[in-house]
Design a binder for this molecule. Sequence first.
Ligand code: GDP
Ligand code: K
Ligand code: MG
Length: 279
Amino acid sequence: RKKITAALVGNPNSGKTTIFNNVTGGRQHVGNYPGVTVEKKEGYKNLGDKEFAIIDLPGTYSLTAYSQEEVVTRNFIVNDKPDVVIDILDASNLERNLYLTVQLLELEHPLLLALNMVDVAEDLGVKINDSKLSQCLNGTPVVRTIGVRNEGTDAMLLAAAEASGNKQSNGFKLDYGNDVEEAIKKLEPLLITLHNEIKFPVRWLALKLLENDANIKKSLIKLSSSDSVVNECDKIRIDLSHKLGEDVELFVAGQRYQFVGKVYQQIADVRDAHAITTS
Ligand code: GDP
Ligand code: K
Ligand code: MG
């Protein structure tokens, strides 16, 4: 059997554990990530000629360094390199959920989007155009699931297997505007030499340093050759924040929200409030 490792990622309460339990049944193994109290759950499922190892990663709204869950999630994707990441999205709360999706795309790892809770969305009168969503995100594949009924989960795994073949990034790049893009361009050549030791994509590293990400900075400082790089990065970041008139981190977050808001407008068909019946 062909082995495929798939990591489930998503906001808290998007249905990850429900899907994980339904798919893997009793075939589970629970451990801990080294050095932190975050639980590591792995389960297994055979489907056709494939054997899936599925990891239920902790719920997270973002991929910053503010919580263990976020750091565990991004480190797992980059260091353990699952064949594919499955982003479980609450379709009834999609705009907010897509904020994480953008950041997952920026990790340039094979990604599948699972629109979960489509039953809840429909009850709320929200229809999501999934092919349009895929189109807005450079062709990132999208499937629909109803976790509680275990609906769509086999198709999800098959689509994940297919997505795992997309080793090349699909080229998704959120445009953060001239000032930020210029700073990224200055940083990238400095970071390319460290790329062997820090596995994150270079553009992502540049963005994180502009966001003053404590965890990434710490790992850079540990590399003996990188002192001057870290100082140079700080300079570029401070320059940029003067230009923007605000913290780069806030600005970048704002750009992400703006992008996600635009995508949501294109993909969501919200029925008139008066047409919604309560049940
Ligand atoms: P997690 O935090 O991402 O692991 O989310 P959970 O798996 O704990 O699910 C959160 C809640 O949503 C639970 O009460 C689930 O039963 C429920 N749930 C999960 N998937 C669906 C779905 O597709 N439809 C509906 N209606 N409820 C769901
Ligand atoms: K939960
Ligand atoms: Mg869970």
